[in-house]
Design a protein around this ligand. Structure first.
Ligand code: DAT
Length: 185
């Protein structure tokens, strides 16, 4: 069977417990991009929040953020076999829980704060949850986390503000995937 790459789509994340380990995601467009990319490229889209929900891969409950806490070890075990086969697009708002060897490329989606704020408000986020998510986008927490967790050459930032950005990101990642497959098969 042809070798296919594994892609990580990540985005804004916060340092404190709760959201990053639960399944609330900070609306930077990972799901939209990931699902469309899967359709175009034939790769398999995996949303870590949904996976955890389905398998109840939780370890306790975070009272402050009012969401379940992800059991990271069980998530990694659950995905190991699929990742070894290749051809998986992983969508999660954190990145240092995954083994480095899993991914051939990592994309960190960036949304301007004003837009992120509006989108999150539209989802009903308020108070501390809203503040923390916007805050961490300002400080580029996730990008730094990605640069530490993976080889810098494979970590890329993608703007995710407009439908035009989405289309450009799709084209860019699709052609990268085709090139990767030509080189590795
Ligand atoms: P995430 O999976 O990161 O939480 P999402 O894909 O669910 O984000 O998108 C959150 C919202 O933003 C959703 O209403 C769709 C919209 N959106 C996603 N990508 C966008 C883009 N490039 N331009 C404008 N809106 C976008």
């Amino acid at each position: 069977m042809a070798r296919r790459p594994n892609i990580l789509l990540t985005g804004a994340v916060l340092e404190v417990a709760g959201l990053r380990r639960g399944h609330g995601t900070p609306g930077v467009g990972k799901t939209t991009l990931g699902k469309e990319l899967a359709q175009r490229s034939g790769l398999t889209y995996v949303n870590i929040g949904d996976l955890a929900q389905e398998g109840q891969l939780y370890d306790g409950y975070d009272e402050e953020y009012q969401c379940p806490i992800l059991d990271e070890d069980r998530v990694v075990d659950e995905l190991e076999e699929k990742m070894e086969e290749g051809g998986v697009i992983v969508d999660y708002h954190g990145c240092d829980l995954f083994p480095e060897r899993w991914f051939h490329i990592v994309f960190v989606l960036r949304t301007d704060n004003t837009q992120l704020y509006t989108r999150l408000e539209g989802r009903g986020y308020t108070g501390k949850k809203l503040q923390d998510n916007v805050q961490c986008e300002i400080f580029q927490t996730i990008y730094e986390e990605a640069m530490e967790a993976y080889r810098e050459e494979i970590v890329h930032q993608l703007p995710s503000n407009t439908p035009e950005d989405l289309e450009q990101n799709l084209e860019q990642i699709s052609s990268w995937t085709e090139r990767w497959m030509k080189e590795h098969n």
